[in-house]
Design a protein around this ligand. Sequence first.
Ligand code: PMP
Ligand code: GLU
Length: 397
Amino acid sequence: MKLAERVNRIKPSPTFAAAAKAATMRAKGIEVISLAQGEPDFDTPENIKEAAYKAIREGITKYTPAAGFPDLKDAIIQKFKNDNGLTYDRSQVFASAGAKLIIYNLAQALFGAGDEVIIPAPYWVSYTDIVLLMDATPVVIPTSEKQGFKISVDQLKLAITSRTKAIIINSPCNPTGATYTADELKALAEILLQKKILIIADDIYEKFVYDGTVFTSIASLGKEIQDQTVVVNGVSKTYSMTGWRIGYAAGSAEIIAAMDKIQTQNVSNPVSFCQKAAVEALLGPQDSVQKMIAEFDRRRRYIVDRLNAMEMIRCSMPKGAFYAFPNVTGLFGKKWGEKQISNSSDVTDFLLEDAKVAVVAGSGFGDDNYVRFAYANSMKNIEKGMDQIQEALKKLK
Ligand code: PMP
Ligand code: GLU
């Protein structure tokens, strides 16, 4: 069967591919420590699960309005007001089966052949491929560790053309943890407003900031900016609800209506009882979030210290999200048995096969000099993983 050309344009999600590789090894009885997927290892809080059980018992197991139940919309509106000082009405908010589908639906609503979408690198693995699936063109702005993995105003100006339709800003960033300050966002927004470029703000890691870093949603910087921004968020990370598949967005009524129309033709609606759980997540007690972030902070400092203590590896301290993104170029050119390491995939193969630690190659995030470690695993496993890597590195020649 000849598949559609678009299938060849994209690759399987590298985060899922890395997790699958680890699972295959485990199935063969090999013990693997997975620091591959960005998925909090904590259990979903009990009050949130209870809300789902209750919804099922009450028979909330049918189709729902495409963009979500009115009470979920109201909970989303409340969240934006409380956390970000943003005001929206029901016509401006939207729920879907995860933030990934939010971005996909948004791309369906907005992008087509000839459109360019600016994506600062390193970027989350799915942005470029979702843009490519819409026949549009990702325009990647590379950033360096020296600039804190953040784009400058000059870089932005240079990337804009008459075809630029949107930019995706992900702060805190997966995989670098880079978190833009309000002033940095303001400077970028000024240009984006002038050029009438839509801002897609992926704020999914907003709660995961460390060392006194303050999160600012670009949409909160003024009414004009809010009108030109679609904010993407979700409950997956904040409430350890990756499997429940609830993401949400807020933006202009016109764009939200277009996403709603598209959603009636794909997933129909986010899962009914998961929506009720998401209402409890957004409006219920928030203490579990703080506990989880404190634990992530402890692991962040530990993993970065351990990586920096390894010869050949250099890792800056991330300010947000839950990933360490070390530079691994010190391993390039080294021999591991008969194999030579020459890129980030070779490094991840070596770490998986020799150290039995699964991580994701930087190439999928748009920078081949790095690999990503998700510290979403227990401290005990992280310690063990780091010990195993330290031992494995001794074998390189
Ligand atoms: N955006 C970013 C930056 C992410 O890391 C993820 C991770 N899954 C998502 C969006 C999608 O999240 P989900 O579909 O689980 O809501
Ligand atoms: N976003 C997470 C990650 O980067 C989960 C997997 C995915 O959706 O790509 O690992």
